[in-house]
Design a protein around this ligand. Structure first.
Ligand code: 1HE
Length: 271
């Protein structure tokens, strides 16, 4: 794994609410509003969107983490006061555009979670492809207590991770899952020791960056869509995606490498 991370240049260096660094293939995006617990203001959402539609050439995977004591406190509640219906809908659609650019962008994204991962912060984490939490992480959807509803794609993404019943519980009762509970219900895929989430996420991203880009594309774009399709349509989509992926020169090279004994075998994990 490349540990040589340099400050981003060009457009990505001009986004004050994000601290962005990159290695040759991995972009690390830190939410950089720690005094407000990385609450998602309009400018912060727009800067995330800008980042994911302007990834530097050569980027193969990304990591999102949060500066300070929490990953993200969700929607910046100071911006919500006195918003009319039309601007409320547009605001939600702005979040959808930004988080769609993450989920259905060009590279896999790993979220590194610690402290509060609440409200819109959980919606942001859910738009990433893999979530790594340290033991300080906790998850909640305080929208119910605040008298509002999710608006950043949470109602579509979070039930796909944990089911409608669990999301209903989080929203109606104010229940909070700790890191271990989050792992058990499927909010994260990994739990690591305190302060280790970024390191683990960067290691996973470096590993993901070595995959054939078309394989990563298929996983990001085809898998969730197939899950939304009927079995018959899903199988058809799968056949098309499989044929596209296996016909790329990179796939041909990788298959040949295995057959000629030049590629790694699948072995039992040691960790
Ligand atoms: C904020 C926000 C925020 C903190 N919007 N300013 N989200 C919530 O309901 C969560 C609200 N926040 C909290 O429960 C707590 O702040 C935390 C548990 C995340 C962190 O607690 P703590 O003790 O570390 O920090 P703090 O003292 O509460 O907050 C530090 C500052 O950040 C303080 O401002 P200050 O000027 O007094 O220093 C807080 O006001 C500010 N702050 N969180 C605005 N969320 C698209 S729909 C999505 C809907 C939602 O996301 S609803 C869930 C909103």
């Amino acid at each position: 794994m490349s540990t040589d991370f340099r400050p981003a240049t060009g457009l990505l260096a001009t986004l004050p609410l994000l601290d962005i660094t990159s290695s040759d293939t991995v972009l690390h995006i830190r939410l950089n509003r720690p005094a407000k617990r990385n609450a998602l203001s309009d400018p912060l959402i727009q800067q995330l969107h800008t980042t994911f539609v302007n990834l530097p050439e050569g980027t193969r995977a990304a990591v999102i983490s949060g500066e300070g004591s929490h990953f993200c406190a969700g929607l910046d509640l100071s911006e919500l006061v006195a918003r009319d219906i039309h601007s409320g809908v547009l605001h939600s659609r702005m979040w959808h555009a930004a988080f769609d650019a993450i989920q259905f962008g060009s590279v896999p994204v790993v979220a590194a979670l610690h402290g509060a991962v609440v409200g819109g912060g959980l919606e942001l984490a859910s738009s990433c492809h893999i979530r790594v939490a340290d033991r300080t992480a906790y998850y909640g959807l305080p929208e119910g207590q605040r008298g509002i509803f999710v608006g950043g794609g949470g109602s579509a993404r979070i039930p796909r991770l944990i089911g409608v019943a669990r999301m209903t519980d989080l929203m109606m009762t104010g229940r909070v899952f700790d890191a271990e509970e989050g792992l058990a219900v499927g909010l994260s895929q990994y739990v690591v020791e305190d302060g280790q989430a970024v390191e683990k996420a960067l290691a996973l991203a470096a590993r993901i960056a070595q995959n054939a880009p078309m394989s990563n594309f298929a996983v990001m774009h085809a898998l969730p869509r197939i899950a939304d399709q009927s079995q018959s349509e899903g199988l058809f989509t799968e056949s098309l995606m499989a044929a596209v992926a296996e016909s790329t020169p990179e796939a041909q090279d990788r298959l040949r490498a295995f057959l000629e004994g030049r590629a790694g075998k699948v072995v039992k994990s040691t960790s």
